[in-house]
Design a protein around this ligand. Structure first.
Ligand code: PMP
Length: 295
């Protein structure tokens, strides 16, 4: 992620990654109360482009608000610093990680100071380039009445780490987690879609992170004339569907081959997911044709 030359942003300063300091007494360090983002930049013919930078920083500010964390930055400041960070590190195709964490406090009370750290590095696709062998996790997603699941909070990722560790330990590539009612929610770090009879299905907002890639899939599907249904469904309804995929900034559009050992009906290259994956690559690289109908 970094070496001796890597520059990071910390509280308005440009520092070497190995020399920057953070307090061991930060409340976020002990209780998981930080908020963060995962963003990607892409090399395009018009120069380096951070995909949906504003949407990501709006979500960061919203996450901070939901966690009662101070965050006195504007979206445009955050976007400008991020472009500067890429420039200072000579990065084009990069993964960008802003983290807002709290000041020193060992109590559980609201903390009035926060720190902003932004770093970036080159990172391949989070779930790899192969089709995925997925298991329904024995871990549920966090209950939205217990924590704001629509906020990207560091502590929520203990759940993701447990689910991923379970899945990998059993020889799977990734986990699909259910919500507290037993309906399909999302992956450990990605949203979930499946397809049947030419239409897409995905869980509604409420029990999931409102993914920016998920919203992009809605936009692409609309341009392609494909209906997206937001509905609750059981894993049983997903098994044996035509196809399925995860969506996320880090994962991009990642096709799924098996769920709990049952294969999806169509070969990946014959699915809507595959076409969306191609269009997504064109969109982030600014080469998407203006009209997509039948493309
Ligand atoms: N769900 C979870 C739990 C995630 O961690 C992520 C990655 N941020 C997503 C969904 C996908 O969100 P996005 O498309 O905004 O990256």
């Amino acid at each position: 992620y970094y070496n001796d030359q890597t520059t990071i942003f910390l509280d308005g300063q440009w520092l070497k990654a190995g020399e920057a300091r953070a307090s061991l007494y930060s409340q976020s360090m002990h209780y998981g109360s930080g908020v963060f983002e995962g963003i990607r930049s892409y090399a395009t013919a018009e120069g380096t482009s951070i995909f949906k930078a504003e949407a990501h920083y709006e979500r960061l500010i919203d996450s901070a608000y939901k966690m009662h964390m101070p965050c006195d930055y504007t979206v445009s400041q955050l976007v400008d610093w991020t472009y500067e960070l890429l420039e200072r590190n000579g990065l084009k195709d990069a993964y960008i990680r802003p983290l807002l964490y709290l000041g020193e406090n060992m109590s559980l009370q609201k903390v009035s100071t926060s720190h902003l750290f932004i770093c970036a590095w080159e990172w391949g696709r989070y779930l790899g380039d192969n089709l995925l062998n997925v298991m329904v996790s024995s871990y549920e997603r966090p209950n939205p009445r217990a924590v704001p699941v629509s906020a990207k909070v560091t502590g929520h990722y203990t759940n993701s780490i447990l689910a991923t560790t379970e899945a990998k330990g059993k020889g799977f590539d990734e986990a699909l987690l259910l919500d507290e009612n037993g309906s399909v929610a999302e992956g450990s770090g990605a949203n979930f879609f499946f397809e049947k009879d030419g239409e897409l299905f995905t869980p509604p907002l409420g029990n999931i992170l409102p993914g920016i890639t998920r919203a992009t899939v809605f936009e692409l599907a609309a341009q392609m004339g494909i209906k997206v249904n937001e509905a609750y469904f059981s894993p049983h309804m997903v098994k044996g569907a035509d196809g399925a995929f995860f969506t996320g900034t880090a994962a991009e559009i990642a096709g799924i081959e098996f769920l709990d050992g049952s294969p999806f009906r169509l070969p990946w290259k014959k699915t809507i997911g595959y076409r969306i994956a191609q269009h997504y690559q064109q969109l982030v690289r600014k080469t998407l044709p203006k009209t997509l109908i039948n493309a």
